[in-house]
Structures are given as structure tokens and as C-alpha cells.
Ligand binder design. Sequence first.
Ligand code: ADP
Length: 456
Amino acid sequence: MQIKNRLTLLFTLLVAAVLSAFALMIYFSSAKIRKDEYFKRLKQQATMKANLLFDSKIEPDVLQLIYKKTPTFLFQEEVAIYDTAFHLLYHDAVDIDKVKETRPMIDSIVALKELQFYQGKMQVEGFLYTHNEKHYAITAAAIDEYGYTKLRSLRNTLIVTFFIAIAITFFVGRFLARQSLRPVSAIVDKVKKITATNLDLRLDEGNRKDEMAALAITFNETLNRLESSFDAQKHFVSNISHELRTPLTAMLAELQLTAMKERSVTEYQQTNKHLITDVQKLIRLSNSLLDFAKANYDQTEIAFKELRLDEVLLDARNEVLHNQPQHKISITFDKEIENDDFISVQGNEYLLKTAFINLMENGCKFSGDGQSSVSISYTPELLLLRFADNGIGIPEEDIGNIFTPFYRGKNKAFVGGSGIGLALVRRIIELHHGSINVSSEVGKGTVFTIELRHVV
Ligand code: ADP
């Protein structure tokens, strides 16, 4: 069931419940008032007749005649007067005799002084009347036609009003529910139109204050993130194709040129050398991409264990030096290590080594002297690593972008690369809940500082 229908139904049921409670209360309290008032009226009428008989000495025949001549005498209160010994002294109309008085009834009236009961729809009031210190039991009975008519009309009015009120509540409730949920329908319609090809569409944020606006704002923020991640992916793929195509095109051109005619052995060797360099470049690029993909996995997919970072750094240095024996990398401790925990972190060995290799290689390759240094320090909470070099430095305007995938700084002419390295390093450090910062001065050198939490 749709929410607007459910809301309308609930609202209508609630109003129906409240209205019926009110209607029933009004009806039953009116019925009780009618009953009480009619017993009172019966007693008054009977007392009046007894007074006329005993005090004003009006003849019973006269009273009976008045009773019978009343046009609505059938609904008139019929009065009967008995003495306490159950002798009938007066009766409005013995032939009609609405109440069949019995000895026990009269005795009850004498004992209780007042007796009220129903005989069918007819109300009967019996009471003890005293005149000149003599007691009489009087009964008065009639059907409260007027009262019942009023009650019936009240009941009908209540029923009709109830159904009209419910109908109004239903339609007004449905209108209001539709009105309040209209923004949701608008959101649904708009969201249906958003696909991968038009991720730039945004929802109307309305007054930016109510719950609907909050929903639209949250959705728009999600779309912003999705769009930029989509763009980044597109950018990434086109960068990858470009990076792959460049060395492949160079290799193809070189091979075609060599194949045009017969070449000398030296020329073939030269071509081979170029091809090896290009293939190595391709291998490095695909390795970096693979590492980047690994570092972007869901964190739960990556195995973490306790590691001594000085050991990981030594491994990284060995690997860099194995590939580039001309580089020089020094690793120093700023402080004496009193406890293994101070240089240990919870991490993934392969990923951290990859990050350190990238930083070490960058330090060496962007320095004329091919040297870089790593220093290890710690605080009670953090482990601090400084990767420093005295190289060409990074221009101010590049600093903000060097961690973006495929971004290469203005100094890229100095040495080759793919622009993946630092993006990978930052991702790896983020995965380890650490931080990385850079400070650099053109012509003087660069320092990357990494902060990682100790094993707790
Ligand atoms: P690559 O080294 O393949 O170009 P990176 O992602 O490792 O890609 O680095 C991005 C850019 O940051 C580099 O192109 C370079 O401009 C700059 N950079 C990184 N490390 C250094 C460094 N130690 N000295 C100077 N520039 C650096």
C-alpha cells in the first residue's frame, strides 16, 4: 500500500475512533438525562393529581374525564392511587390499566418509598405519598414518546454527521497526504531520469530546511561524489590508455623503421636496447597499476599484521638498489629505540614496502646525485618517517596535485615516470589510517613526512 494511502487510512481511522467515542458519549448521556427527567415528570404529574384529589377535593370522575378527553391521552401519564393495604382509591383509566399493580409492588413502594422501573418501553414511577399523616402508594406510568423522538433525531443527526465528517476527513486527509508527499514523487521522477550518462542532473532542494530538502541535499551530495568518482574513473582509464599507447607506438615505429631495410648488428642492438627500455617502462606501469588496484580494494580484503617498519624500510631500500644500483639511500634512527612497539605498526607489508620504494625512488630520481635519506622517529602515539632528498624540488603550484593519479609535475622533464607513484603512496597510507605531508623548495630538495599509529 502506498504511504499516502496508508497515512490517509490511519488518519481517517483515528478521526473515526475519536468521533464515535464522542457520539456514543453524547448519545448515552442524553438517553440517561431523558430517562431521569421523565421519571421526575411522572412523579410531578402524579403528585399534582393526588393534590387535586386530596387537597382541592376534585371529584375523581372529573379527573378521569380530563384524562380521557386529552387528545394524546394514550401517551398521558396514567396515575393510580392505592392505600397501603392495596385498596385502589383512584385510577385514571381502569379499562386501559397500563400498570398491573400487584400487592408485592405496592409493598415495595411502601418499604422503599420510591420505585422506578421499565415495563417494555414504558417507564413506571411508584412513590409513597403522605396526606394528613396517612400514606398512599401512587404509580404513574407512560411512554416518553416526545423524549424518544428527540433521542431518535439526535441519534440520526449523530450518524449522518459522523459519516459526513469521516468522508470529509478521508478526502482532506488524502489531499494533505498527497500534498506533503508530492516532493517525494518529484524526487522519484527525477531520480528515474538520472543514469550514468547524465550524472550531472540534480534534485530540487526546495527550501533547504525541511526533511524533504534534507533528503534531496543528501542525495545531491551522493550524486556529487558519484559524479566525481565517475569522472575520475573516466580520466583514469583515458590516462592509462595514453600511458600504454605512448611506449607501444614508440616501439611500433622503431620496429617498422628497423624492418624497412637490412640493418647492421650495431643498429639491431641499438633498437633492442630501446625496445627493452620501453618494455621495462610498460612493466613498471602495469605493476604500479596493479598495486594501485590492490590498494584500492576494500580494506577488509587486505591482510594486516604487526610489522617492524625499520625492517620494511630496509627491504624497500634493497629492492630499489637492486634495480638501480647507482642510487644511494641512507636509513637513520633519530632516537634510540627502547621498545620494539615504538617502531611497529599494524600494516600490510607488501603495500607499505611499495609505498616506501616509490618515495625512495622519487627522492633519488629527482636528485642530481641520486641520493635520498630516510629517518625514523617516534612519539608515544606516532611513528614518524621522513623521506628527504636534496633534489630539484617541486614547484609551488604542483604541490597540491602531486597525489592525483597520473599527475606529473612541471619538473617531469627531469626524469621519466607515470604519475601513479604518489597517488598509490597516499592511498596506502590512508589504508593504514596514517597521514602524509610534503614540503619542498625548488632547487633545494623535498621532504615527505609520514605519520603512522603504533600498534596498541
Ligand atoms: P612520477 O614520479 O612517476 O612522475 P609520482 O606520482 O611519483 O609520479 O610523482 C608525481 C610528481 O610529483 C612527479 O612527476 C614530480 O613532479 C613530483 N615529485 C614527486 N616526488 C618528488 C621529489 N622527491 N622531488 C621532486 N619532485 C617530486
